[in-house]
Design a protein around this ligand. Structure first.
Ligand SMILES: [Zn+2]
Length: 79
């Protein structure tokens, strides 16, 4: 599962979970994404802001995922 920060054309920001990045692409292409506040289907991916928790010093970084590497062992994410 992957969470994307999305934003509608009216500026409402919200998070949506997807099974994968491809799932997001497919839903976006089908116009299946809509703003929970106003129902606008003109939704775009907002810039991902890192989630920083203040005080505990614990930052949660998203794991990079690779779906396009054809060469096993050459993937920079596999190290
Ligand atoms: Zn909206």
């Amino acid at each position: 599962m992957i969470v994307y920060s999305l934003r509608c054309a009216k500026g409402h920001a919200f998070d949506e979970w997807f099974a994968s990045g491809n799932e997001y692409d497919k839903m976006a292409a089908d116009g299946a994404l809509s703003c929970p506040e106003c129902g606008d289907t003109n939704v775009v991916k907002a810039i991902m802001a890192p989630r920083v928790s203040s005080g505990t010093g614990g930052e949660v970084a998203a794991e990079p995922s690779c779906g396009s590497c054809a060469q096993e062992g050459a993937c920079p994410w596999a190290a």
